[in-house]
Design a protein around this ligand. Structure first.
Ligand code: F0G
Length: 468
C-alpha cells in the first residue's frame, strides 16, 4: 500500500492512499481519483525527481522484456496469486501482502475469433474478449479482487456496493472468500434473477431498494459517510486497477500486436477508463507503440454520454432517466463520465448508441457463434455495425469486442427473444424486411412435443429443411 498515491483526475491533487475519503471523492474538487505509481506517466519520479515522504519512492522502472517473461512463467505456477489473471500482473498493481490477496483465480479469459460476425460486417478479423467467463460471470471480478484485497489490507469488516447485478454478485463472492460482511443495494425488480440469487448464495445482506441504480448509489454514498463501510463501486480507484488488467492480457493473447479498436459497453463508464489506463500504461512502459481506439456503446434509453458528446463535446453531462432491457447498463448518471471523455479523446474512439432491436439482434448473432453474452455486452457488436457502416472502422482493421457478462445472466431475455415475445410491435415497426428475416432466422423457440421418436424425427426433418 506504500507503492502508490492517489491522484485526483480533476484538480490534480495527490494524496496518500490512507487519506482517501470514504466516498473516494476528492476533498478539494469532488472528482475521482486514479492510482499513480512511481513509474506512472507524469509522476515526478518517472521523470527522475524523487517523491516526497507521502509519495512512493522511485523504484526501478518496470522492464517490459522481463515482465513479459515473468507473466508467462507465472501461468505455470501453482500459487493462487500466480494463477489469477489479475495478480499475475501484480508488478503493475498496488502491492498488498500475499496473504491479503482475495482471489477466485479471475481473469485468464478467452479471446475468441468471431468469423460469422466478421463476415457479416465485411471485416477481415473480429475478436471477442469474453470477460463473462470470470468466476461470477462478469468482468467485475477483475476489479473486485483488487479492491476487496485493499479492503482486507485496510482492516474493514463491512463492504458494500450499489449494483445493476454484476457488481453485487462479484462483491458478495469475494467478500465471502475473505470472510468479510457485505451488503448490496440493488434496484427492486430491475436486475436479472440470476444475479440476485448469486449475492444471496454468497451470504450477502441483499437489499432491494424501491428506486433505480442511480438512487441506490445516492443512498450508499450517505451510508459510507455515516458508517465504517468500505465502498466497492467503481468510483473506488482500486476497482479500476483490477479492471485495467484485461488490457494487458489481451495484448499478451495477441502476441503484443495492438488491435485498432476495442469496443466497450458504457454504463457507469468506469470500465472504458480502466482499459484505457491499462493500454496507456503499456505504451508508457514501452510494451507497445500505440494504443487502440476505445469506443463506448450505450443503449438508446440510457445514453447520457452519447448525448453529452453530441450536445457539447463532453464538457457537461445531463443525467437521464435510464430505461433499457440491457439491465446492466441501465444507468442515467454515470459516475466516471469525465474519465470516459478523456479516454475517448486520448485514444480517438467514439461513442455510439444502439436501439433495443439492435441489441437483441446482436445478442442472437453472438449466440450463433457459440459464444453468447448478456444483453449489455451485445451493444458492442450492435455499435460496431454503425462504426463499420460509415467507415470509422475500416475493413482491414482489427476490432475486439469486450463481452462483459455471461449469457446465463439473463436467460429470461434470451427465451423471450427466441419465442418472438421480447420486442414490441412498435419496436419492430421500424425494421426492414431484411432485418425481420434475420431475426426470424436466428430465433429458435423450444418445441413442445409428445414423447415419441417419430414426432421428434419429424421435427428434426422440418428444421433441417429450414436450415438448408
Ligand atoms: N456490462 C456489464 C455486463 C455490466 O454489468 C456493466 C456494469 C457494464 C457493462 C458497464 O460497465 O459501468 O464500467 O461502464 N454494471 C454495473 C453493476 C454498474 O452494478 O454491475 P461500466
Amino acid at each position: 500500500m506504500t507503492t502508490h498515491i492517489l491522484r485526483c483526475t480533476g484538480c490534480g491533487d495527490g494524496i496518500a492512499a490512507k487519506d482517501a475519503a470514504s466516498n473516494f471523492r476528492c476533498r478539494t474538487c469532488g472528482d475521482l481519483f486514479e492510482v499513480e505509481y512511481a513509474w506512472s506517466e507524469g509522476s515526478p519520479s518517472s521523470q527522475g525527481e524523487v517523491y516526497s515522504a507521502s509519495r512512493p519512492v522511485a523504484k526501478n522502472r518496470p522492464n517490459p522484456g522481463a515482465l513479459r517473461y515473468l507473466w508467462q512463467e507465472r501461468k505455470t505456477s501453482t500459487l493462487s496469486v500466480d494463477q489469477s489473471g489479475v495478480w499475475r500482473f501484480r508488478d503493475l498493481l498496488p502491492i498488498v501482502a500475499a496473504e491479503q490477496v482475495v482471489t477466485l483465480r479471475e481473469g485468464n479469459t478467452p479471446l475468441y475469433e468471431m468469423p460469422k460476425c466478421a463476415a457479416m460486417l465485411g471485416l477481415n478479423w473480429l475478436l471477442a474478449k469474453h470477460q463473462g467467463m470470470n468466476p461470477t460471470g462478469s468482468f467485475k471480478d477483475t476489479g473486485m479482487t483488487a479492491a476487496l484485497s485493499v479492503a482486507v489490507a485496510s482492516g474493514f469488516e463491512w463492504v458494500a456496493c450499489a449494483s445493476t447485478g454484476n457488481t453485487s454478485a462479484a462483491m458478495a463472492a469475494y467478500a465471502a472468500r475473505a470472510g468479510l460482511r457485505s451488503m448490496v443495494l440493488i434496484p427492486e425488480g430491475k436486475i436479472a434473477w440470476g444475479k440476485l440469487s448469486q449475492s444471496m448464495d454468497y451470504g450477502s445482506t441483499t437489499v432491494q431498494l424501491r428506486t433505480d441504480f442511480d438512487g441506490c448509489v445516492r443512498v450508499l454514498n450517505e451510508i459510507v459517510q455515516r458508517a465504517p463501510v468500505y465502498l466497492l463501486n467503481s468510483v473506488n480507484p482500486y476497482r479500476v486497477e483490477g479492471q485495467k488488467t484485461p488490457a494487458f492480457e489481451l495484448l499478451e493473447q495477441m502476441e503484443w500486436q495492438v488491435p485498432h479498436h476495442v469496443i466497450v459497453p458504457g454504463g457507469n463508464l468506469a470500465n472504458c477508463s480502466a482499459l484505457g489506463k491499462g493500454f496507456a500504461e503499456m505504451k508508457h512502459l514501452g510494451f507497445i507503440h500505440r494504443v487502440p481506439k476505445i469506443s463506448v456503446i450505450q443503449a438508446e434509453g440510457a445514453n447520457p454520454l452519447y448525448q453529452s458528446m453530441q450536445g457539447n463535446g463532453g464538457v457537461a453531462l445531463t443525467p437521464v432517466t435510464a430505461d433499457t432491457r440491457a439491465s446492466a447498463i441501465r444507468i442515467g448518471n454515470p459516475a466516471s463520465w469525465k474519465k470516459a471523455v478523456k479516454i475517448l479523446a486520448s485514444t480517438g474512439g467514439w461513442v455510439e448508441q444502439v436501439s433495443e432491436r439492435e441489441i437483441a439482434l446482436a445478442k442472437a448473432e453472438i449466440g450463433a457463434e457459440g459464444i453468447g453474452c448478456e444483453p449489455a455486452s451485445a451493444v458492442t457488436l450492435a455499435g460496431l455495425k454503425k462504426l463499420v457502416a460509415d467507415g470509422r472502422v475500416g475493413k482491414e482493421e482489427t476490432a475486439v469486442l469486450l463481452l462483459t457478462g455471461h449469457t446465463l445472466k439473463d436467460s429470461e431475455y434470451t427465451i423471450q427473444y427466441h419465442r418472438g415475445e421480447l420486442l414490441t410491435a412498435t419496436e419492430l415497426a421500424g425494421a426492414s424486411a431484411e432485418e425481420l428475416a434475420e431475426h426470424k432466422a436466428l430465433q429458435h423457440a423450444p418445441l413442445v412435443l409428445d414423447a415419441s421418436a417419430d414426432e421428434v424425427l419429424r421435427a428434426l426433418d422440418a428444421s433441417a429443411k429450414v436450415m438448408a
